[in-house]
Design a protein around this ligand. Structure first.
Ligand SMILES: N[C@@H](CCC(=O)N[C@@H](CS)C(=O)NCC(=O)O)C(=O)O
Length: 242
């Protein structure tokens, strides 16, 4: 049994999709990051970086509970635990790791900044023109990254050959592509790959975990949510610790 701590966001979807695709039993624990749940003492013990997703595997190595944060580490762990979507063969695994790290180091963080500057910051920073540099920077970076992904998918059905945790890491960040000002007409291979993943019932099931809770909460644009999400709360936490 896995305890799954998450919220309805791309990094959370990765793990929801993996749990569903592997057929693992899990219990969902909502962590409403707009309301500041990520700063609770209970959650910080599991995820000291105050970010979702995190898991606790009650039946970890040696039969002992094991907690893990960072979505890439969780995907690798679940892949090793189940023997699914993470090849045992070293050469094939190295290729999956390449694309998993590409997602963790680039596709996620850069698209996260694109979301910040294109969607959230305009609600906070109301001065016209003040955001142009940031918006162009991350819009261009998003296009560059989708171009790399499109090239990789020219001769590969999935990013690293067979369907793997690398696809489960990348796909969730491609879901909000319109928000990133990315048009899939420019990236036909990405479009084909995206539709293949989207058509999988387990991928849909993983994506829909916590959707209802997120729809009910709907507080992302509020000032309090912005404070919780964009650093102010975290700075407060560290100042208190000094
Ligand atoms: N590198 C981390 C990133 C996790 C992350 O950024 N999670 C966001 C939601 S998608 C979060 O929890 N934000 C809460 C906050 O910023 O306080 C991972 O891949 O797990």
């Amino acid at each position: 049994m896995i305890d799954f701590y998450s919220w309805w966001t791309p990094n959370g979807w990765k793990i929801g999709i993996m749990l569903e695709e592997c057929g693992l039993e899990y219990t969902v624990h909502p962590v409403n990051i707009g309301a500041g749940d990520q700063f609770s003492d209970e959650f910080l013990k599991i995820s000291p970086n105050n970010r979702i997703p995190a898991i606790v595997d009650r039946d970890g190595p040696g039969g002992k509970p094991l907690s893990i944060f960072e979505s890439g580490a969780i995907l690798q762990y679940l892949g090793r635990k189940t023997g699914k979507f993470y090849p045992g063969d070293e050469a094939a695994r190295a290729k999956v790791d390449e694309w998993l790290m590409w997602q963790m180091g680039g596709f996620g963080p850069m698209l996260g900044q694109a979301h910040h500057f294109l969607l959230y910051a305009p609600n906070i920073e109301k001065r016209e023109g003040a955001l142009d540099y940031g918006q162009n920077r991350y819009r261009n970076e998003a296009h560059r990254l989708y171009g790399i992904l499109d090239d990789q998918l020219t001769d590969n059905e999935f990013v690293a050959g067979e369907l793997s945790i690398a696809d489960f890491a990348i796909y969730p960040w491609a879901i909000p592509h319109k928000l990133q000002d990315v048009d899939f007409d420019e990236f036909p291979n990405v479009n084909r790959w995206f539709e293949t993943l989207r058509a999988r019932p387990k991928v849909q099931a993983g994506y829909n975990i916590l959707k209802k809770e997120r729809d009910e909460a709907r507080e992302l644009a509020s000032d309090e949510a912005a404070k919780n999400l964009f650093g102010a709360k975290q700075m407060e936490r560290h100042r208190k610790a000094d």
